[in-house]
Design a protein around this ligand. Sequence first.
Ligand SMILES: [Zn+2]
Length: 689
Amino acid sequence: MSIHGKTFVTKAKHMLHGGDYNPDQWLDRPDILADDLHLMKLSHSNTFSVGIFAWSTLEPKEGVYHFEWLDDIFENIHKIGGNIILATPSGARPAWLSQKYPEVLRVDENRVKQLHGGRHNHCFTSEVYRKKTQQINRLLAKRYGNHPALLMWHISNEYSGECHCEKCQEAFRDWLKSTYNNDLDALNKAWWTSFWSHTYTDWSQIESPSPIGEKGVHGLNLDWRRFVTDQTISFFENEIVPLKELTPEIPITTNFMADTFDLIPFQALDYSKFAKHLDVISWDAYPAWHNDWESTADLAMKVGFINDLYRSLKQQPFLLMESTPSKVNWHDVNKAKRPGMHLLSSMQMIAHGSDSILYFQWRKSRGSSEKFHGAVVDHDNSPNNRVFQDVSEVGGTLEKLAPVVGTNRTSEVAILFDWENHWALGDAQGFGMKSKRYPQTLQQHYRTFWERDIPVDVITKEQNFSAYRLLIVPMLYLASEETIARLKSYVAHGGTLVMTYISGIVNEHDLTYTGGWPKDLQDIFGMRPLETDTLYPSDRNYVTYQDKTYPIKDYATIIELESAQAEGFYKEDFYAKLPAVTSHSYKGGKAYYIGARLDDEFHRDFYSRLMTDLSLTSVLPVNHGPGVSVQARRDTVTDYVFVMNFTEEKQTVTIQSEVQDLVTKENVPAEFTLKPYEVKILVYSKSNK
Ligand SMILES: [Zn+2]
C-alpha cells in the first residue's frame, strides 16, 4: 500500500518497539509472565519476536506438541495491543531430534561430525531436517496464521555456517553439474585445475574446500561460497512453503548480520541474492559504542554505511530486528551505553531507514551463555533502573514518529559493494595479505558523503546504476564482462563513475583477464593500469593533486595514459611524475580512476569537486561541526530530518529558518545547540521548503 510515496513493510502504521521475547524460559514462573505484560506497557513496547528457540518447548517429544503456552502469549499480547513476530524454530533444535536423526548434525570443514549443541548446528541439505522444520512450521501457520496479533514471520535465526557432510557434497556436485551444464571440462577450465595437476576426471572427485584437502583452487572456493548461499536459501525456501500457502498476506523476513566491530557486511552469505527471497530486510546491529580505538563519529559513519547497504538491498524501509539497550556479552569489553546514546543510536537506525527498534532480548535470561546480555528487563525485574528508563524514552519517542513509518530515502550517489568480489579478493594471494580491506575501503569513500550529509545508497551489481548521478566502485577486483558492460553503458548515458586500484582484474570464475586491462574498461577510462605496487607500512610516497600533496599507503597503480587526462601524479619512487589519478570523458559521462590508496583529506577534496560539478546537495543546508550527522527520511509531501550529535561536546547547528521538532512539537530556532549525543528530528513539509 502506498500513501504519499510511503512503503509499509508490515501492516503496522507505527514504529515497532520491543524485541525477542522468550517466555518459554519462564513457563514455571507465572508471576514473571504477569509482570512482563505490565512492563511491556511501561516500556512502550508493542512488538515481540516469539518462539525463536522454542522448538523443545513446542515439541518436547517427537509428534507431541504443546502450543497452549504460546496460545496464552498470543492472547495476552493481543490484549495489550501488541504485535507478534512469530519465528520458525529451526535455528536450534531439540536433543531428541539430533539423537534420533544424526544426519541433521553438521560435518565441519575438517570432516568432523559435530555433536548436538549450540545453535545453527544443522545440515541444510538433510531431508529429515527439511521435513521436520516444514512440519512444525505448518502447525504454527495453521494455529496462528489468522491470529490478529500476528505481524510477520521471522524465519529461523541468523542463518550462517556450512555443512560438509556427504549429502552436502552430493548437493554441491549437483549444483556444479547444473552450473556447468554437465560439462566437467568447462569446470576444469573455469577453475584452472591443470595447475598442480588438479584436473578432475569424474564429478565424484570434487570435494568442498577443506584445510585437510583443497583450499588453493580459487574457482572452487568461489563456487562453494555461492553454493552455500544457494543451499541456505533453498533451506529457507523449504521452510516457508507452508507459510506462503497458509498465510500469503503475512510478510516474511530473516535476520541478517554484520561482521565484527567494524560493521562490515556479513561475509558468509551473499545477502544480495538472499534479499530477493524476503519481503522485508531485517538485521541485528551491535556496534561497540564508546570503544577505545575510534571516535563515536567514526563508528556512527560505519553504522550509516551498513544501514545504507541493507536498506538499498530492497530500496525500502527495513527493520532493526535485534540490538541492545545497553551492552552485549560477546565483545571483548562489554561497555554500557552512556546516557543519551541509546536514544541517539536508535534514532540513527530510524534515520537510515529502519521502521523498528527491537532488542535481543526483552527479558534477560537467568542462566546459560546470554545471562549477561543487555535486555529491557534486567534480573532486578524493575522498571526503575537506568536501562529500562532509556528504553521507555525510546519507546515514547517512537510513538511520536508514526508519520515517518514507510518513508524512504533518496540518493544521487551510490557506492557498489559486491559479495563475490569480497570473497575473491579475500582469497587472492597477492597484493597485501592484510591490507586489502575491501569493505573498509568502501567505508572510507562513504565517509566524505556522510560528513557532508549527502545521502548514499550502497548498492550491489545487479541494481539499476542509472538511478544515480555518481557511482563509486572501489576495488572491484572481480568484475565480470557483464558488469563491465553495465558500467560502460552507465557512463555512456551520462553517469559519473569513480573506480580505484585493484579493479577489473578477474572474471566471475576468478580467472584473470588476459591481454591487459579489459578493452571496455580502457574505453571508459582512457588509460591502462600496468602494474600494482604494494607498499610496506613504513614506505612513504605521495600524490600531488590540484596543487596539494597527499600521502599514500598500501597500493600504487602505475598507469599508462591513452586519451585520459592525468589529474594527480606520484611524487616519489621509480614512478615519480607518472599519473596516479585520471579523468576521462566517455560519450555522455565521465570516468575517474584513483590509482593509489589515498587518505581522508584527499577524498574530501576530490569528492568536493565532484559534488560541485554534479550539484550534489546535502539533505538540508545545515552548518555544523564535525561529528554531527544529518540524515533524512522523506515521502512526497514531507522530509523528516534527523540532526544527530555523535560527539562528546555540545554542538551549534544553524539551519535556514525556524522549523518544527517532530517529537516536542515545539519550534526549533534557526540556530540551536545540541548537547553531547543529542538528536533532534525536524519536520519540513514540501510546501514551506
Ligand atoms: Zn550436510
